[in-house]
Design a protein around this ligand. Structure first.
Ligand SMILES: C[S@@+](CC[C@H](N)C(=O)[O-])C[C@H]1O[C@@H](n2cnc3c(N)ncnc32)[C@H](O)[C@@H]1O
Length: 228
C-alpha cells in the first residue's frame, strides 16, 4: 500500500470500505482512523467525521489523520456514538470492530442523528442489529460474513419505507438470526456456523427449553441451505 492509497486494512474493514460511498461519512469508534483515511484516499467519500469516546484512541486518530495530511477533510470529534453529529450532517456512517450490544446502544441512544445509510461490523452475532433495523425503518442491503479471527458479520442498512423485501419467502426467525442474504447465497461460512449450532444445541434441546426453540431455528436455516 503506497502513502497515496493510505494504510492497509484487514479483510473486514476492506469489506466495509467497499460498501461506503458518500459525500459526508462518519466513522464512529474509529481508533486508528485507518478506515476513514482509506475512504478519503480512495475517493469514496468527500469529507469525514471521526468520533471517539476514549482519550487514547482519540489521540491515535488525531495523530494518524494529521500524519496523512487530511486534517482539512477529516474532522476528529470527542464524544459518545452519534451524539457529536448534528441531525442530517452526514449521509452515512460506519461502526466497526465492537460487540453488537455496544453498537445497538449507540443506535438506540440517538435515533434523530442517524444517517440514512449505516455500515455495521459487529464482532459477534448481528441478529440484534437486524431486529433493530426492521423496527427502525432500515432495509438490509448487504449481509456478509468475512473470514478473519472470527467470521465477522458486515451489514449495510439503508433507510427505506415498508417491509424489507430481503426477508420475503425466507423462514423469518432463521433469516433474522443468520442473515437473509447469507441464507440466499448459501454462504459457506454460514453453513459452518449453522452446523456448529446444530451440534451444540441438539444435546441441550427438550420441550419447553430455550435450546429447543434455538434448535428449530437452526434446523429451518439448515433446511433452507440444503434446499432446491
Ligand atoms: C475495538 S476498537 C475498533 C476500532 C476500529 N473501528 C476498527 O474496527 O478497527 C473500538 C473503538 O470504539 C471506541 N468506542 C467504544 N465505545 C464508543 C462510543 N460509545 N462512542 C465512540 N467511540 C466508542 C473505543 O474507544 C475504541 O477505540
Amino acid at each position: 500500500m503506497t502513502r497515496l492509497e493510505g494504510p492497509a486494512l484487514d479483510a473486514r474493514l476492506e469489506a466495509v470500505l467497499a460498501l461506503v460511498r458518500a459525500d459526508t461519512h462518519a466513522d464512529i469508534g474509529s481508533d486508528h482512523a485507518k478506515l476513514p483515511i482509506r475512504l478519503l484516499r480512495a475517493g469514496r467519500i468527500g469529507r469525514g467525521v471521526i468520533v471517539e469516546l476514549n482519550p487514547g484512541p482519540l489521540a491515535h486518530a488525531r495523530q494518524n489523520v494529521a500524519r496523512a495530511g487530511l486534517a482539512g477533510k477529516l474532522e476528529v470529534r470527542a464524544g459518545d456514538g452519534f451524539a457529536p453529529l448534528a441531525p442530517g450532517e452526514v449521509n452515512s456512517a460506519s461502526v466497526t470492530g465492537m460487540g453488537a450490544f455496544t453498537i445497538l446502544g449507540m443506535l438506540r441512544r440517538e435515533p434523530a442523528r442517524l444517517p440514512p445509510t449505516l455500515v455495521l461490523q459487529p464482532n459477534d452475532s448481528a441478529e440484534s442489529l437486524r431486529r433493530w433495523a426492521r423496527g427502525a425503518g432500515y432495509h438490509l442491503r448487504a449481509d456478509l460474513l468475512i473470514p478473519g479471527y472470527w467470521a465477522y458479520p458486515v451489514l449495510r442498512l439503508d433507510r427505506a419505507p415498508g417491509p424489507d423485501p430481503t426477508y420475503a419467502d425466507l423462514p423469518d426467525e432463521a433469516a433474522l438470526r443468520y442473515g437473509p442474504g447469507l441464507l440466499r447465497g448459501r454462504d459457506p461460512l454460514l453453513r459452518a456456523q449453522v452446523q456448529a449450532d446444530l451440534r451444540r444445541l441438539t444435546p441441550l434441546a427438550a420441550p419447553g427449553r430455550v435450546a429447543q426453540t434455538e434448535l428449530e431455528v437452526a434446523e429451518a436455516a439448515w433446511a433452507w441451505l440444503n434446499g432446491p
